[in-house]
Structure formats: structure tokens, C-alpha cells
Design a protein around this ligand. Structure first.
Ligand SMILES: C[S@@+](CC[C@H](N)C(=O)[O-])C[C@H]1O[C@@H](n2cnc3c(N)ncnc32)[C@H](O)[C@@H]1O
Length: 211
């Protein structure tokens, strides 16, 4: 992962080196502009490809979907193609990535992608499903905080679909999620990556009464 250690900063300091890659999957092909200073700008990340090849496929209909940590948008654009009636919220902190994701969705004619910072995300949206190749390298505390924030925005029947490298702690993350009340199942495992399906936390009446 040389050159993109700081991909989660809001304004990458590294100079711009625009590039173009193709997201090619059995059911879709999207051209994506990339750059330095964003995650995996030289090629589609292997974990992302695994999530899109073997992860959950979005249901059809008017649903609210999220790509948490969208980068330049491979997951968000694939979801938007696969579920044209849904709204896909593409969220990131890296402004260069957000600009790329916005223009990539526009160039592909995907007007159902809404690109935003976490701060600008409206409070009243509940997600039917979240997909994420999460930023493991931000550190355990920040990652747990990030996942807690957004998994609690799942609708009651919602599910999150995560891809995590085994050597970056997928199994301990799954244990932590389960311990915190998000039922977590391993959907698939391949070449050092795990796909985790995480169900919305079921709050008891007592939990709901808490301030
Ligand atoms: C592993 S990368 C995945 C990028 C893209 N989805 C892909 O598959 O190529 C994780 C992304 O999470 C973003 N990120 C880091 N901290 C974040 C936060 N607090 N909120 C939202 N996104 C964040 C990073 O900037 C990065 O783009």
C-alpha cells in the first residue's frame, strides 16, 4: 500500500497524478478516474473486488444504501448500477476521493449516487444496507467508533457487508461486533480476506429508553 498511507486525511498533501482504471465485473463495466492520495488509486483493491464479486447484491426497489468510505467510488458506482431505484450515499472524509467519486458517478450517468462527507449526511436517513471496505488502518479505536456510528444508522432489518483482511484483524473485529450486539456472520473467505455480514443491533425496550 505504498503511497497511500494517508489516504484518509481530508486534504491529501501528495501532488495530483490523475489516472484512469476500469471496474470490470461480470455484470458491469465502469470507467473510474483515480489519483494519488486516495486508496488504491492504481487498481481496484482486491478486497473491494471480492466484496463486489461474492458479497451481497443489493435488492431492487427504493432503498437507502451506503458505501462507507467510498474512495473514488468503485463500490458506490457498482451499487448504483445494480440497484438503479435505490439512492446510494457515498461517504468519505478525503475530499480528493469525494470529488473523484462525484465525477465518476456523473460520467457513468449514475444520478442515484449522493456523495457527501460524514458531517453533511442528513440525520434522518436510515440505511437498508451498508457496504464497506473499511479504513482499518485508522486504528482500532477510530474504526470501532466509525462502525458504531454508522451501523446504528441501519434500518431495523438492515445489514452491513464488510470486507476485511484476515491479517488486519477481521476475526477479532467480527468478535467485537458480535460482543457489541451486531450479529455478525462470515459470508465468505478467500485469499486472506473475509466478507462479514452484520445485522442491525436489536435494541431492547430498556435500551430505547436510554437518553
Ligand atoms: C479501504 S478504503 C476503501 C475505499 C473504496 N471504497 C475502495 O473500495 O476503493 C477506506 C476509505 O475510508 C475512508 N475513511 C477514513 N476515515 C473515514 C471516516 N471517518 N468516515 C468516512 N470515510 C472514512 C478513507 O478515506 C478511504 O477512502
Amino acid at each position: 500500500m505504498t503511497g497511500d498511507q494517508q489516504y484518509w486525511t481530508s486534504r491529501p498533501e501528495v501532488g495530483s497524478r490523475p489516472d484512469q482504471i476500469t471496474l470490470l465485473l461480470p455484470d458491469l463495466e465502469v470507467t473510474l478516474e483515480t489519483d494519488s492520495g486516495v486508496f488504491s488509486g492504481a487498481r481496484i483493491d482486491r478486497g473491494t473486488r471480492f466484496l463486489l464479486m461474492e458479497g451481497a447484491v443489493p435488492t431492487q426497489g427504493a432503498t437507502e444504501l451506503m458505501d462507507l468510505g467510498c474512495g473514488y467510488g468503485p463500490i458506490a458506482c457498482a451499487l448504483a448500477v445494480r440497484s438503479p431505484g435505490s439512492r446510494v450515499w457515498a461517504v468519505d472524509v478525503n475530499e480528493r476521493a469525494l470529488d473523484l467519486c462525484r465525477s465518476n458517478a456523473a460520467s457513468a450517468g449514475l444520478d442515484n449516487v449522493v456523495v457527501t462527507t460524514p458531517d453533511d449526511m442528513p440525520d434522518d436517513v436510515a440505511f437498508n444496507a451498508i457496504w464497506s471496505n473499511p479504513p482499518i488502518r485508522v486504528g482500532k479505536a477510530a474504526l470501532h467508533d466509525l462502525l458504531s456510528t454508522w451501523l446504528d444508522r441501519l434500518a431495523p432489518e438492515g445489514t452491513a457487508h464488510l470486507v476485511v483482511q484476515r491479517h488486519l484483524g477481521s476475526d477479532s473485529l467480527a468478535r467485537w461486533l458480535t460482543g457489541e450486539g451486531w450479529t455478525t456472520q462470515r459470508r465468505a473467505s478467500r485469499k486472506g480476506f473475509r466478507l462479514l455480514d452484520v445485522s442491525a443491533r436489536q435494541l431492547t425496550d430498556t435500551d430505547k429508553d436510554q437518553p
